[in-house]
Design a protein around this ligand. Sequence first.
Ligand SMILES: CC(=O)SCCNC(=O)CCNC(=O)[C@H](O)C(C)(C)COP(=O)(O)OP(=O)(O)OC[C@H]1O[C@@H](n2cnc3c(N)ncnc32)[C@H](O)[C@@H]1OP(=O)(O)O
Ligand SMILES: O=C(O)CCC(=O)C(=O)O
Length: 394
Amino acid sequence: MTAGATKPPWSDTARTKPIVLTDTTLRDGEQAPGVAFTKAEKVAIAQVLARAGITEIEAGIPAMGDEEIAAIRAIVEADLPLTTIGWCRMRDADVDAAIEAKVSMVNVSIPASDVQIAAKLRGDRELALEQVKRVVGYAREQGLEVAVGGEDSSRAEVDFLITLIATAKEAGARRFRIADTLSVLDPDSASALMARLRATTDLDLEFHGHDDLGLATANTLAAIKGGASHASVTVIGLGERAGNAPLEEVAVALKQLYGRDTGIALPELEKVAAVVAAAATRAIPLNKAIVGEHVFTHESGIHVDGLLKDQRTYQALDPQLLGRSNRFVIGKHSGLSAITSLLKEQQLAVSAVEARRILSRVREHAVEYKGPVAPDTVLAIWRDVCEQSFTHCA
Ligand SMILES: CC(=O)SCCNC(=O)CCNC(=O)[C@H](O)C(C)(C)COP(=O)(O)OP(=O)(O)OC[C@H]1O[C@@H](n2cnc3c(N)ncnc32)[C@H](O)[C@@H]1OP(=O)(O)O
Ligand SMILES: O=C(O)CCC(=O)C(=O)O
């Protein structure tokens, strides 16, 4: 910065303020192929999200019709401590549907890339700007809070994006969403794009990442580092195609890596994931980061041995942060420490020779049955080995 030049007042504070996670499980999440929530499920999901500390949800698309309007209205009428947002195209009629759903805020979406403007609006950038002015103005006149969604922002020409954001602000929007609709960004470009936009506006900026390349969480964190004040997330990353940035990953990574606050009660995340997975009829993969059943479960001998000696050897993320705890299972990759520790818990003794025999039988069992070896099975193997041993495991 040259002498005398003034720094935009928002540039530093934007990087330290709490990050708002805008949950769009009920809108983009429900766009996952085959996912269809009932009204009761939508309300139940909104309730668990509110309990977890989410303060803004995109609850659906009122323009879809009466059923969707009724579901969104039921969420509004549940009077939860969060803002319920209706997703709209840049059309007055969509805003009218949102008003019927009784939301207090809308996200009105405009294609930002030339390819989408030409194909979807059948017009040019001027038309897009004119629609933003008109529809944002209309929504504001109706007393709604307005965010503008820049669909396909990451493929838009940046100077035009800057104009679009300025136009949205002038028309009365309080936030602009930078959507990486087709996952064309990586963390470097996501951060650089957000930093460039951040330097031109004091409007709240939301990053909306998709996971086609498995980068949604990384890109979201990078965009936040670049200056995004808000991030779109969905529970277990449910969403269009490969999905969106998972709420649980973004909330925990922000806390764990940067000490950034999101107001999310992290121990609630497992419950939230279970409610959404059930309603979506989607299984949560065992190894799903943060909420997967196995993410604090250890089998490998070297890891279990290390954890038994000092948890810091193999634990960076404290499971207690999430209301969870470490768990050991016995399996093909177990070592002697795990076997002797399990037996010791049962006050059972073994010699080193017997422990090796038990381990060998455990491995055979794991391969034959392709899974962890239950403690009762280990005990049965212990009994068997002892009966055949000279010492009888005294
Ligand atoms: C990147 C995203 O996730 S965007 C959100 C996408 N989500 C969904 O589409 C899920 C819900 N959608 C629906 O139920 C329906 O598509 C509806 C109710 C929104 C619209 O239904 P239909 O009237 O049958 O239109 P259809 O789906 O065939 O086509 C979409 C229309 O919206 C237009 N459109 C798309 N985006 C926008 C926009 N941001 N602003 C204005 N118009 C838009 C399209 O150009 C097309 O217009 P046309 O019919 O004049 O050619
Ligand atoms: O325009 C928006 O609000 C973003 C829509 C969306 O879900 C996306 O672009 O991926």
